[in-house]
Design a protein around this ligand. Structure first.
Ligand SMILES: Cc1ncc(C[n+]2csc(CCOP(=O)(O)OP(=O)(O)O)c2C)c(N)n1
Length: 333
């Protein structure tokens, strides 16, 4: 795997274009249920996945699509899985959240925090059976207060496992702002378990690549587990079509006032409190619409401006690959 910015950008672009194709299928009603995209997280994922070798493992959360795409899982197989098809990656039983690829030693789960214990198991297997291989756990800030994740920090440290815990910190867990429910600092918390820890701007793929490279190398050398806190934007909202992210104050004002004055129901004080909370959430997500400027792809593309013809060719190549995957998946439907 090349380590230059163009190679990292390629990983991110394949993932973004693939998730755009998934978005169209979901909007057309061909994929059922909620859809959690990893748009905005690609810098974190690419900067880590670019270091992985055969035999390394990944434990993923409910936004597992980008790591699987970047690791090289067959795109048509993934699409068929999302479509609920029996010839999909997991026979159509997993959907986009519960994926498994034996070939890539990768598994995802919608149970928040579960990538911790899963990656700990993968790392134990690597330590005993395949020294030199490592395992990675990807999870969000919302998982960082889960007991099972902290237990994983503990055992990984006690057993000096070859494991990197990667927190994709977008500051939100659905509609809860993580800093409001988190005591202390999660990087300090990781250090208190004896993990090596680092913090990085996750929208800067080169910075992630450098930070992750150091941590992964120590894990391969038997120097133990680590924690990487990577800040990244939440570009889409919690799930595709998240109404909170698209909330329009003018449209909301009427129904909110009607609810506020309606009788019977909660007390005026309780209603005022709920109204304030809701307005503050809407205000916060509106401000975050400006997070587009932290889009990891835009940032990388700006740096690659001088290689414009190469970028155009890359764009075409990836579009063709995804079109083919779509045709393959739909043709056999
Ligand atoms: C154990 C558990 N508790 C609650 C949920 C419901 N839930 C689904 S996603 C989510 C928020 C996760 O936030 P975070 O880990 O920060 O990831 P993000 O969605 O922000 O990427 C929650 C609470 C769940 N799936 N599993």
């Amino acid at each position: 795997m090349g380590t230059d910015l163009q190679a990292l950008y390629r990983l991110m672009l394949r993932s973004r274009r693939f998730e755009e194709a998934v978005t169209k299928l979901w909007e057309a009603g061909k994929i059922s249920g909620e859809m959690h995209l990893g748009v905005g997280e690609e810098g974190v994922v690419a900067g880590v996945v670019a270091h992985l070798r055969d035999g390394d493992a990944m434990a993923l959360d409910h936004r597992g699509t980008p790591p699987l795409v970047m690791r090289g899982v067959d795109l048509a197989l993934l699409l068929k899985e999302f479509l609920g098809r029996s010839d999909g990656l997991c026979k159509g039983m997993g959907g986009h959240m519960h994926l498994f690829s034996a070939q890539h030693l990768a598994a995802s789960s919608g149970i928040v925090g579960s990538s911790g214990p899963l990656a700990t198991g993968f790392a134990m297997a690597a330590q005993y059976l395949h020294p030199g291989n490592i395992s990675v756990a990807f999870f969000g800030d919302g998982a960082s207060n889960q007991g099972m994740l902290l237990e994983s920090f503990n055992l990984a440290s006690a057993w000096q496992l070859p494991l990197i815990f990667v927190c994709k910190d977008n500051t939100w867990a659905i509609a809860t702002q993580s800093p409001k429910v988190t005591g202390g600092d999660i990087t300090d918390r990781a250090r208190s378990f004896g993990l090596e820890a680092a913090e990085v701007d996750g929208s800067d793929v080169e910075a992630v690549y450098a930070a992750a490279g150091h941590l992964i190398e120590r894990a391969r050398d038997g120097d133990g587990p680590s924690f990487l806190l990577a800040h990244c934007p939440r570009l889409e909202g919690h799930y595709l079509g998240d109404p909170l992210r698209r909330a329009n104050m003018m449209e909301l004002a009427g129904p909110l006032m009607t609810a506020f004055v309606a009788q019977p129901g909660a007390s005026v004080a309780e209603r005022a409190y709920s109204l304030g909370t809701l307005l503050s959430l809407v205000g916060k997500t509106t401000v975050e619409k400006n997070w587009r400027r932290h889009d990891p792809l835009d940032k990388a593309r700006r740096k690659l401006q001088s290689q414009k013809s190469g970028l155009d060719a890359l764009e075409k190549e990836i579009e063709a690959e995804i079109r083919l995957a779509l045709e393959t998946a739909m043709m056999e439907a």
